[in-house]
Design a protein around this ligand. Structure first.
Ligand SMILES: [Zn+2]
Length: 308
C-alpha cells in the first residue's frame, strides 16, 4: 500500500500529513513564510523531508492551495495568498522533490477528502461547501475532482444570492461584485447581517449562543441565514443534483443548519413543489464534514487516489 503525503498550504500555516490508507501516520505543521515564494517552496520541501523521515518511506505528494493552477500557463492564479500568484509552483516542487506533484484548490481538496472517506463516502456526486471566513465549494463525481477548464468549478460563493428578499440588499464583495453569496453566508457575513438589523456586533458563535438562550433578534438572524443558505444550495441542487452536500468551515458547527436548511430548500428545488398526489421529497442530504479542519490536508493526500 503506498503512503500518501498531503500538504495544505494556508495563508498562515503549512500543514502536512501522511496517510497510510485512511489512517494518519504522521502530521507536522509550520508557519507559512508569508510574502516569500522561495521560502514557501523551501518550507514545503523541508516538511516533506521531515514527514518521510518519520515514516521511513517515500510517498505520493498532493498539495492544496488557496487558489488554482491555470490550465493554460500552469502558473498559480486566483490565490488569496498573493505571493503565489504567477509562480510555477507545481513545476518548482516537482523539480525539488524529484517526483510528480498534484496541486488542487483547497476547497476541491476538502470535497475530495469528504467524498473519499468522509461524510460523502460512497456517494456518486458530492458538493463540498466551506463556509467560514469566505465561502467556497468543490465538486467530486465518482471519486474525481471536477475542476473545469477555468479551474473554478464549485466556486458558488461569488454567484449572487438567488431569489432575493427585500432584506437581501446586495453588499459589496471583495471580488468587486455586489450581493455575492459569500457576503451573506460567510461568518463575517452573518455578523454583518446581525449588526445591520440590530446595531449590535456579535461573532457567529455569540449569535448562535444568544439564539440558544432564546434571544429573539439572534433567532431571527439565524432564520434569515438558514433561508439564504437554503436558496443558495437549491440553486446548486438544480444544476448539479448532488447526492450529498458536505458542509465544512466554522459555520458547519451550527448544528441546526442540518435540519432547518433542508426543510427550507424544497420550495426552491425544481418540481419539488408540484401538486402531485405524493409530494416529491428532495433526496439530497446536507451533512457536516467528518474530518473537520483536517479535511483540506487529507484531501490533498487523496489527490493520488490510485497511488503513484
Ligand atoms: Zn464576490
Amino acid at each position: 500500500m503506498p503512503l500518501r503525503i498531503g500538504i495544505d498550504l494556508g495563508g498562515t500555516k503549512i500543514e502536512g500529513i501522511v496517510l497510510d490508507s485512511s489512517s494518519e501516520a504522521a502530521r507536522l505543521r509550520v508557519d507559512t513564510p508569508r510574502d516569500d515564494y522561495g521560502a514557501t517552496l523551501g518550507a514545503i520541501v523541508a516538511l516533506v523531508d521531515a514527514l518521510e523521515r518519520q515514516t521511513g518511506r517515500g510517498a505520493t505528494i498532493g498539495i492544496g492551495i488557496p487558489g488554482t493552477i491555470s490550465a493554460s500557463t500552469r502558473l498559480v492564479k486566483n490565490a488569496n495568498s498573493a505571493w503565489l500568484i504567477g509562480e510555477p509552483l507545481q513545476a518548482d516542487l516537482e523539480r525539488r522533490l524529484e517526483r510528480p506533484v498534484r496541486v488542487a484548490n483547497d476547497a476541491n481538496c476538502f470535497a475530495m477528502s469528504e467524498a473519499t472517506d468522509g461524510a460523502g463516502a460512497g456517494a456518486d456526486v458530492v458538493f463540498g461547501v466551506i463556509a467560514g471566513t469566505g465561502v467556497g465549494g468543490g465538486i467530486v463525481v465518482k471519486g474525481c475532482i471536477i475542476s473545469g477548464p477555468n479551474g473554478i468549478a464549485g466556486e458558488w460563493g461569488h454567484n449572487p444570492l438567488p431569489w432575493p428578499d427585500r432584506e437581501d440588499n446586495g453588499r459589496l464583495c471583495y471580488c468587486g461584485k455586489q450581493g455575492c453569496i459569500e457576503t451573506f453566508l460567510s461568518g463575517p457575513g452573518l455578523s454583518a447581517d446581525h449588526e445591520r438589523v440590530t446595531g449590535v456586533r456579535l461573532s457567529p458563535v455569540q449569535i448562535v449562543e444568544a439564539a440558544d438562550r432564546g434571544t429573539a433578534a439572534a433567532e431571527q438572524t439565524l432564520l434569515r441565514y438558514e433561508r439564504r443558505m437554503a436558496r443558495a444550495l437549491a440553486s446548486i441542487i438544480n444544476v448539479l443534483d448532488p447526492n450529498v452536500i458536505v458542509l465544512g468551515g466554522g459555520m458547519s458547527n451550527v448544528t441546526r443548519l442540518y435540519t432547518n436548511v433542508p426543510r427550507a430548500w424544497g420550495e426552491f428545488i425544481f418540481a419539488a413543489q408540484r401538486r402531485t398526489p405524493e409530494p416529491i421529497e428532495p433526496k439530497t442530504k446536507l451533512v457536516p464534514a467528518r474530518h473537520g479542519a483536517a479535511s483540506g490536508v487529507r484531501g490533498a493526500a487523496w489527490l493520488w487516489p490510485d497511488g503513484p
